[in-house]
Design a protein around this ligand. Sequence first.
Ligand code: SF4
Length: 408
Amino acid sequence: METRRKPADSGIRGGDAGCGRALDSSGEGGTASGKAGVARKRARLIRQRLLASYDVERRSLPWRGESDPYRIWVSEVMLQQTRVETVVPYYEAWMARFPDLLSLAEAEEDEVLRAWQGLGYYSRARRLHRGARMVRERFAGSLPSDSAGLRDLPGVGEYTAGAVASIAFGEVVPAVDGNVRRVLSRLFDLSNPKPGQLRELAATLVDPDRPGDFNQAFMEFGSLVCTPRRPRCDTCPLASECLALERGTADERPAKPARNPVPAMDVVVLVAMAEDADGRTLLLLRKRPPKGLLAGMWEFPGVKVEGELDGPPRRQTPSLHPGAAQRLARELGVLVGQREPIELAPVIHAFSHLRARYRPYLVRPSPPASLEAPDGTPRWWVLEELEGIPLPVAQQKILRSALDATRG
Ligand code: SF4
C-alpha cells in the first residue's frame, strides 16, 4: 500500500554535505575522514541504485512526468494517507473539472467538496481550495517556487513542500513520507528515529541533479519493494547497504507505535422522506458547521446518543429505543402522527480518529409547503439534486438504505 504522510520540519539541503555524520550508523571504528568517505560512497551507491531501478520500473501514473506545479501539488495532497490506486481516478476527474489553479480558486466550496467526495480527509480539499485562492490573490496565480514559500500555503507542511519543490522546481530538498521513513529505518537499522534524524539522513541522500526523481523513486521503492510487511529483500537493489537485513531486524523496523483504543460515537439519524405532488422524492438535510469533522458537507439531521449505547460500535446491537429519533423529528417538525420511525440498518464508518455508528430512522411526513429554508437551517432537497452537493460516504449509505426500505 502506498500512502504518504506529512513529516516534520527540515531545512537541510541534499548532496553529500553532512553525509559522514548522518550516514554513520555502523558503529565501526576508523578515522573521522575515513568514515565520511565511506558514508559518501554509500550515499552515492544508494541514490544511484534507487534511480536506476526507478528509471526501469517506475509505474505509469497520471502525475508522473508532470511539470505543472499546481498539478503536482494536487497529486501530493491527494496522496497523503491515501492509496495510489484510489487517488488515480479522483486525480483525473479533478483535473477534468479544475484543470488549473484559477479554475479551482474560482469554484464554490460545495463544488470542491463534491469533487473530493469519497476520498476522505475533506480538510485537504478545503485547504487546497483556500490555497488556490491565496495563490491567486497574493502570488498572481503562480505557486511559490521554493519549499520555504510553499510552506505559507494552508495544509502544506514539510513533506508536501519538499515534494512539490523538488519535483516541480528541482530544489534539492528531501521529502520524507511514511514510505521513506520505513526505508530509512531499515537501511540504517533505526528502531524509533526522530523526524529530525530522518530528515538529515534523507537530505544526505537526495540526488543533487535529479531531486524530484530521487524523492519519487524513494517513495515508490518503499511502496513496492521495502513494504511494511514482507519486504522483498531477495530482489532488493539496496540489499548490500541494508543494516536491518544484515542484522535480521527488517520486520521490526521501524518499531510499531503503541495503539490507543479508537473512541466510538453513536448517532441517531433521522431520514425524513416525503413525496411532492409531482411524485418527486424529497429529503431533509442540513449543512454541517464550517469547521470540524466533515465541515461544510451535507447530512441527514442526527443527534449523538452518548451514554445510550456504551461500548465499541458493533453491527449487531439490541434495537435502540426510537425516542431520540422521535424527539429529533418533533424538533424538525416532521413527526408523523403516532407512528414510530422505522429503524434502518446501522451504518458503521471509521474516521481517522473515531469510529461512528449511525442508527438511521425513517419517517414519511407530508411534503413541505416550500423547499426554501433560511441559511443555517435544515432544508428539503429533491432526490436527484443530491448528485450536486457534497454528501459524505456514510450519509450516502444511509440514503441507499432508506431508498431500499421504501422501494421494498
Ligand atoms: Fe528494505 Fe529489505 Fe531492501 Fe533492506 S533489503 S531496504 S529491508 S527491501
